[in-house]
Design a protein around this ligand. Structure first.
Ligand code: HEC
Length: 199
């Protein structure tokens, strides 16, 4: 009747270890009760967080954290704005493409870019051409990065929503916390966009 094992919650190794060392003294029974209570509270405290994470992951499996930006359909058919080479340590080849709104804005020199503008930056490692040694050609794709202009939705970040994708999946929250700060600090005077139309 006073057997502590009847009070043992089924489950954790910690609880089992604790009951093994338990010798039946009332003071220890009290502390065991506290342990069980703590375990129960921990379960309640953790469950909503886990549920929230699952929900966030489900809602954003294809969309970037913070911004909810997705990879735009058909972007590989968009026009080229400019290529770029990134030195070490990234050491990448890049190409920035724009949708029709973006190209029109570039052609007419419109700043800020109008709502609906979408810019996509493709990036690859580069490798030596197997056919012609002096040529550097795209190797493995690294990231696809997207900027979407919506001056109302993204008012807090200069009107731009950001998304970085690796193998088609959005990068983590921490990476998305860096986007605007860098674009803001260096190219605020060009509507937060680095890339100029290649001549
Ligand atoms: C440390 C600075 C820095 C950070 C952080 C950064 N960018 Fe950029 N971004 C650049 C530079 C520089 C360019 C110009 C092209 C290049 O060098 O690749 C650029 C270009 C772009 C472009 C093409 C349009 C443009 O502005 O030229 C997109 C899209 C883009 N970045 C998205 C992102 C996203 C999404 C993130 C966050 C996940 C991000 N960037 C974080 C520096 C940064």
């Amino acid at each position: 009747m006073n057997n502590p094992h009847t009070h043992q919650p089924s489950g954790t190794d910690a609880a089992k270890a604790s009951s093994r060392s338990f010798k039946g003294a009332p003071a220890k029974l009290a502390s065991f009760g506290l342990l069980a209570l703590a375990a129960a509270l921990a379960t309640f405290a953790v469950a909503p967080i886990a549920a929230k994470e699952t929900r966030t992951a489900a809602a954003s499996s294809d969309a970037s954290p913070i911004y909810g930006v997705t990879i735009p359909k058909g972007y590989r058919q968009w026009q080229l704005i400019a290529p770029a080479i990134e030195a070490e340590p990234l050491n990448e080849l890049r190409a920035v493409l724009g949708n029709a709104k973006a190209i029109k804005a570039y052609d007419q020199g419109t700043l800020p870019f109008p709502d609906g503008t979408v810019l996509v930056k493709l990036a690859w490692k580069h490798v030596q051409s197997p056919e012609f040694a002096p040529a550097s050609v795209p190797g493995a794709a690294t990231t696809v990065q997207v900027m979407v202009k919506d001056s109302k939705k993204y008012a807090a970040t200069g009107g731009w929503g950001f998304g970085r994708f690796i193998d088609g999946k959005p990068a983590d929250l921490a990476q998305h916390q860096t986007c605007f700060a860098c674009h803001q600090s260096l190219v605020k005077n060009h509507d937060y966009v680095f890339t100029r139309l290649a001549p």
